[in-house]
Design a protein around this ligand. Structure first.
Ligand code: ZN
Length: 54
């Protein structure tokens, strides 16, 4: 069953990586970890991450 109340939990990175979290906080953490590993220098704030998440 979907938990819409959890907010946005998916994000497609422009590089093609599909990132999914259990909730917004988890998605943000995973996205920031992905950015740190694959896109050094591209730091996004949680607000920016949620803006492109869905
Ligand atoms: Zn990426």
């Amino acid at each position: 069953m979907r938990r819409e109340a959890a907010g946005k939990t998916r994000l497609n990175c422009p590089c093609g990586e599909y990132i999914r979290g259990t909730d917004e906080a988890d998605l943000i953490a995973k996205t920031q970890a992905h950015l740190a590993e694959f896109h050094p220098g591209h730091d996004y704030t949680p607000d920016e991450i949620l803006f492109i998440a869905y």
